[in-house]
Design a protein around this ligand. Structure first.
Ligand SMILES: [Zn+2]
Length: 321
């Protein structure tokens, strides 16, 4: 028999980004208890990913999205080999291998990390052993190479194994030409973390924006490694400026195929809640009083149905205004 927590995990496709809100969601733990349980939840997330199937969504120009192992994974196939954007969680290796094999016979030659988080980079080592060169922003390598604490999860991550650390890094921009497509990697400045990049497949008009965009759900913001609500808004503005109505936008989490209209809704939600929380904080309200005032109420029906629940998201915004 599954415990309530395991059922919750399997129902909601938990990812590491979400564990801070996970235990609070059902109302059976206070946030403090939830944070204390974080270590146990990481194990549960791994167990959940291990059992989770991978769903493949075919986009265009030989680009697909694999859903079901942490963040949304993009794959470009062709004669230069498979190019992946994000690695998922390593326990998903059997299912991911099957999904990747179904896309074609090419070897995996390149892996790009959108940022350093576990649910996007934990699979780095096995993908490197399978042949992938790993490319990322400077700060992704820095965080993966050392012990990294995430305060809102009360969790210390150990350094990645040597093979999991990106071998090729850049500061602001990096350009590749693979499988007939121009692939542009661009740093956001600190937003969800201080290591986020976008990956644009130019001729296909497809962009993976990592965890700067959570489609239809409140996002996690990692203040421990440089994230902030204002950085998230700035990244959303940059995403809007860089896309057209025909662009296929791949979010880090949430429904994997998105578009500019949904991105605009996300940006407008962030701005409105930021303003509401800032007003309450300016009035001298404490964090708990601000949560009690429900500054997200108008948005909760649509955005509050995932693991970053309204109270947890309010606390994240409060921290940055
Ligand atoms: Zn993340």
């Amino acid at each position: 028999m599954k415990t309530a927590k395991e059922n919750l995990l399997s129902r909601r496709h938990f990812c590491l980004c979400c564990i801070g809100g996970a235990a609070a969601l059902g109302g059976w733990l206070t946030p403090r208890q939830a944070f204390a349980e974080a270590r146990g939840l990481v194990s549960l997330i791994k167990d959940s990913a291990a059992a989770s199937p991978i769903t493949t969504h075919k986009l265009r120009n030989n680009i697909s999205v694999l859903e079901g192992s942490g963040g949304n994974i993009a794959v470009l196939t062709g004669p230069d080999g498979k190019v992946m954007v994000d690695a998922g969680i390593s326990v998903s290796r059997p299912q991911l291998t099957k999904a990747l094999d179904a896309l074609g016979n090419e070897k995996i030659t390149h892996l790009i990390n959108t940022h350093w988080h576990f649910d996007h980079a934990d699979g780095n080592a096995w993908l490197h052993s399978a042949g992938a060169r790993i490319i990322a922003q400077d700060n992704t390598r820095k965080h993966l190479a050392g012990i990294q604490r995430v305060e809102d999860w009360d969790y210390n991550f150990l350094p990645a194994p040597a093979g999991g650390i990106p071998g090729e890094v850049f500061a602001n921009e990096h350009n590749l030409k693979l499988n007939g497509l121009s692939i542009g990697l661009k740093y956001y400045e600190p937003s969800h973390t201080d290591s986020d990049i976008s990956v644009t497949f130019a001729e296909a008009n497809v962009v993976h924006v990592g965890d700067t965009f959570w489609n239809g759900i409140y996002p996690f913001i990692d203040y421990s490694t440089g994230g902030s609500i204002d950085g998230m808004i700035a990244a959303s503005n940059a995403n809007l400026a860089a896309t057209t109505n025909d662009t296929i936008i791949i979010p880090g989490h949430g429904k994997p195929l998105s578009n500019k209209a949904e991105l605009q809704d996300f940006r407008d939600m962030l701005v409105a809640i930021r303003d509401n929380v800032a007003t309450l904080k300016k009035q001298g309200k404490t964090r708990d009083e601000t949560v009690a005032a429900k500054p997200t109420a108008a948005f909760d029906a649509k955005w509050g149905q995932f693991v970053i629940d309204p109270g947890f998201f309010t606390r994240l915004v409060y921290e940055g205004v």
